[in-house]
Design a protein around this ligand. Structure first.
Ligand code: NDP
Length: 246
């Protein structure tokens, strides 16, 4: 389904990004992984991808660094000869109530989760325009749609991603490029591993499907949105949350 395509996946070394990379590779896509600093995880994931007999490379790049993103995209073009799919998945949390949230807590999350996605899109934009094709998939969150106490920074960044998605969808539609967002609910990864057990139980109780999601629950949708079959879907925000935000 994705044979001959190159997918750039930020935060592709672990969690949801890793599951998306594996899912797209199983569909035949070559994978460029972008990670922040955990080289061991990146190397391990790259090995699992290479076993699927697709081309794989991994790039250490802080997505909140505009020039570093430019350099990385240039390098990926050199290594792969083009980019067809961009998945903006890299993200962090710095949870605190607004009362104790510092400007640095707010800025750090905005820089990585929102500006990082903008920087990646900005550098891929001319490539997709010229090619008159491309798929952009932004990993937002239900926190950006419904708010979540302790996540003013994260919810603002993820809500910002929704506006970014819809705008880019409108700007690039004439060029045959689609841009959609996925809004996961509670997904089992390192990010949610840090939650206290009581908070986890309360979260699961609030989910109609009565379980946390898996990274694979998100990955299947990402692969579909990247496929030819999803060519008439753009500007959408699709929740994968077990009904949390119905
Ligand atoms: P993880 O914490 O498991 O993984 C985060 C990934 O992002 C890692 O690959 C990490 O790289 C990378 N990363 C972090 N900061 C940067 C940076 N500055 N530049 C480049 N890469 C970076 O997260 P999840 O898999 O749980 O989450 C993935 C995305 O899904 C995030 O955007 C998150 O907000 C979103 N999401 C997650 C939910 C959940 O319940 N888990 C729910 C809703 C949305 P490295 O390994 O090098 O550290």
């Amino acid at each position: 389904m994705l044979t001959g395509k190159t997918a750039v996946i930020t935060g592709g070394s672990r969690g949801i990004g890793k599951a998306i990379a594996l899912r797209m590779a199983k569909s035949g896509a070559d994978i460029a992984l972008v990670y922040a600093g955990n080289e061991e995880a990146a190397r391990q994931t790259a090995g699992e991808l290479a076993a699927l007999r697709v081309k794989v490379k991994f790039y250490r790049c802080d997505v909140s660094d505009f020039e570093a993103v430019k350099g990385t995209i240039d390098q990926i073009i050199t290594d792969f000869g083009g980019i067809d799919i961009l998945v903006n998945n890299a993200g962090i949390v710095r949870d605190r109530l607004v009362l104790s949230m510092t400007p640095e807590d707010f800025e750090k999350v905005m820089d990585i989760n929102l500006k990082g996605a903008f920087y990646m899109i900005k550098h891929c934009y001319p490539i997709f325009m010229k090619k008159r094709a491309g798929r952009i998939i932004n990993i937002s969150s239900v926190s950006g749609l419904m708010g979540n106490p302790g996540q003013a920074n994260y919810s603002a960044a993820k809500a910002g991603m929704v506006g970014l998605t819809k705008t880019v969808a409108k700007e690039l539609a004439g060029r045959g490029v689609t841009c959609n967002a996925i809004a996961p609910g509670f997904i089992q990864t390192d990010m949610t591993e840090a939650m206290p057990e009581k908070a986890r139980q309360e979260a699961v109780a609030a989910i109609p499907l009565k379980r946390m999601g898996t990274a694979e629950d998100v990955a299947g949708l990402a692969a579909f949105l990247a496929s030819a079959e999803a060519g008439y879907i753009t500007g959408e925000v699709i929740k994968v949350d077990g009904g949390l935000y119905i």
